[in-house]
Design a protein around this ligand. Structure first.
Ligand code: ITT
Length: 191
């Protein structure tokens, strides 16, 4: 069974297609412009987008909504990460944190899966901290300023494979894969 991954973001697509291959899932990237509601909750956003997209496309699909939650900024930018990235950007975030000792933050990804029989949500979180400068490497969103816990490197300084081992996206994707594998197994038993 082929599943569509609906996203406008090529970095997300690169990561998620890599994960799907590792699990033997047939995933195809589509730039279909899904509708996104405004909510403080990434799972609510992903659930609604997946259900609306399924109603239009009638094909098994996934969408995902991610956010970066910075402790010292009371969770800002949260699910508005994309807007903030394109407005004040990484330097703007570093300026807001100037002089703050608490650099803690986490990324959260909510994957929404819809196949007509149900719409499901799978969540993944990675904790870490915000660096004091913009680092080099792969320029995906906040990766150049996010250091995952237990690492000395920012996500941008890791290859996709290395990031995929520990990322919020992988943690959500693993649960999706487990669900799909269990469901396929059930279908085979019934047949
Ligand atoms: P979609 O079409 O899939 O919605 P998007 O880029 O608009 O693409 P989001 O609404 O989920 O996606 O926006 C989240 C933003 O957070 C995204 O644009 C990046 O700037 C940032 N982001 C998400 N995941 C990230 C990651 O793994 N590393 C760095 N930044 C990330």
């Amino acid at each position: 069974m082929q599943i569509l991954f609906l996203s406008s973001n090529r970095h997300k697509a690169e990561e998620i297609i890599g994960m799907s291959k590792a699990f033997g899932i047939d995933l195809k990237w589509s730039r279909y412009e899904k509708l996104e509601i405004q909510s403080g909750d990434t799972s609510e956003v992903a659930r609604t987008s997946a259900a609306l997209a399924y109603a239009a496309l009638r094909k098994p699909l996934i969408v995902e909504d991610s956010g970066l939650f910075i402790d010292a900024l009371k969770g800002f930018p949260g699910p508005y990460a994309s807007f903030v990235y394109h407005t004040i950007g990484l330097e703007g975030i570093l300026a807001l944190l100037d002089g703050k000792r608490d650099r803690g933050a986490h990324f959260k990804t909510s994957i929404g899966y819809a196949d007509g029989s149900s719409t499901r949500i799978f969540e993944g979180i990675v904790h870490g901290s915000i660096s004091d400068r913009v680092h080099r490497g792969r320029a995906f969103g906040y990766d150049p300023i996010f250091v995952p816990s237990g690492s000395k490197k920012t996500f941008s300084e890791m290859g996709v494979l290395e990031k995929n081992k520990i990322s919020h996206r992988m943690r959500a994707f693993e649960q999706l894969a487990e669900y799909l594998i269990k469901n396929n197994a059930k279908e085979k038993v019934i047949k």
